[in-house]
Design a protein around this ligand. Sequence first.
Ligand code: M1P
Length: 257
Amino acid sequence: MPSTFADRPLNKLILFDVDGTLTPARQTVSPEMVQLLRALRKKAVIGVVGGSDFVKVAEQLSVPGSSVVNEFDYTFAENGLTAYKLGKLLPSESFIQFLGEERYKPLANFILHYIADLDIPIKRGTFIEFRNGMINVSPIGRNATVAERNEFEAYDKQHGIRAEFVKVLREKFPDYGLTFSIGGQISFDVFPTGWDKTFCLRHVQDETFDEIHFFGDKTYKGGNDYELYSDPRTIGHSVSSPEDTMRLLNELFLNEP
Ligand code: M1P
């Protein structure tokens, strides 16, 4: 075990998704979960793997007086395209470097035209969010309120707006080497194939952990936890809520009922 983590009795890395696993969707972490994660960190190495950008992961998981990068050994935002180990930023790659401006422009133009032609009940703002490792596309717009998000999610379940959008994009840009992943309530992520949540494992491969566990809620095929959950390098755990995560952690690692 490398000296950095020599204080942990278990040479295991335990990774967590954010929304639906450590917190309710887009909400902040509960004091009970913080306490439990601190107890777990005394035993093993812990990390978080969010699809969202670092600002949002930090908003959800920082606690008064302590940033997310101090609460977790590894903090991976945008699937690990932004990565911190023990509070220090690690070198990484970018979406625009991968795709190039010349290929990105037609994709962005097509997306914006498609959204302009979409007849959905309401639209807000920020239809493409440009991030370091991906773009996030939202037909309603990322400025939607919590109530508007919930309404869109229900509408989308009925009408399959995002599923159809993703299907069209796959057909239109087959040679771009991109993956389209519906992970949250109002949007989908677009990133180079292979830059799903398994990307974060590149940052830990030299550590030789005995086991790498991953807890996620969208572990079904097509969900944004699926690849890391089913990767042969991890032991996957599918959870239904933050409470379910706490129950399993107690059972598996903390030996508490
Ligand atoms: O849960 C992960 C997803 O969370 C957000 O999705 P939405 O805004 O649609 O609920 C986004 O940050 C998305 O990138 C991320 O995968």
